[in-house]
Design a protein around this ligand. Sequence first.
Ligand code: 6PG
Length: 245
Amino acid sequence: MEGSIDVLPDAEALARAAADRVVRRLHNVEGPVAVALTGGRSPERLYQLLATEPWRSLIPWDAVHWFWGDERFVPADDARSNARMAIDLLLDRVPVARDRIHRIPTAVATPHESARLYEEMLRHFLGRPTLEGPEPLFALVLMGLGDDGHTASLFPGQPTLEEQSHWVVGVDEAGMEPFVPRVTLTFPALASTREMLFIVSGAGKRSALERIQRGEMLPAARARSRGELVWLLDRDAAPEGLQAD
Ligand code: 6PG
C-alpha cells in the first residue's frame, strides 16, 4: 500500500487523530489555501470535532477555502448531498464566510455540465491552467474508501479511473449506494495536494483493504499525492496483522 498507515483503537480515536492532522496542516497557513472534503459516513465525527474546541480555534477560517472531492448529483438540500452533510456538521457551526465554501453545483442539467463548471472554479482558484507548477491545488485532500474499493466517486472498472486531462468528471452511474449520478475530481486533481488523508472506519472496509494490501489495484490503491499520503484506519477496518497503537 502506498503511503503511511496508522491504526487507531476505535472510530472516536480515529476522528480525533484525523482532526489533529487537519489542524496541524492548516493552523499556520497564511494565504488562501484549498481543502477538499469527502462524503460518506466515516468523516461525520471528524467534522463534528472540527467545529468544537480545541480544534475550532486552531483553524484560520478566513484563509481556508472548502471544496469537495466528489458529490452526489442531487439537489443542494438533499440529505444525500456530501456538501450538505459537511455544511450541517461543520461549516454552519464555525466562523467561515460563504465565499469560502465552494460546492459542486448540482442545479444544472447533467453531472457533466456540473463537472465542467467545477473544473472552471478550481482553475480560477489555482490561478493557472495546469496542475504543474510550484504550488499544488490543495493543502489537504480528505478521502474515503468504499466497501468495493472506490474512493471519491471513482468506481472500479469505470473509464473515469484513467482520466488524465480533466480535473473533474461526471459519472452517470454510481457503483454503490446511493445510486445517483456523481461528479468527481480525477486522480490527477486529487493528487495535487500537500497531504492526502484517508479516513477509513468499520469492519465493512476490511476486505477492500486486504485486497489492496495483496496488491489489487482497486481505485483507492491508485490514489497518489504530490505531498504526504496517510491512511488512518480504525481497528475494525484494519486487516489482520495491523495493530492499533
Ligand atoms: C461518497 C463518497 C465516497 C465515500 C465512501 C466511503 O460520495 O459516497 O465521497 O467515496 O467516501 O463511499 O463512505 P462511507 O464512509 O459512508 O463508507
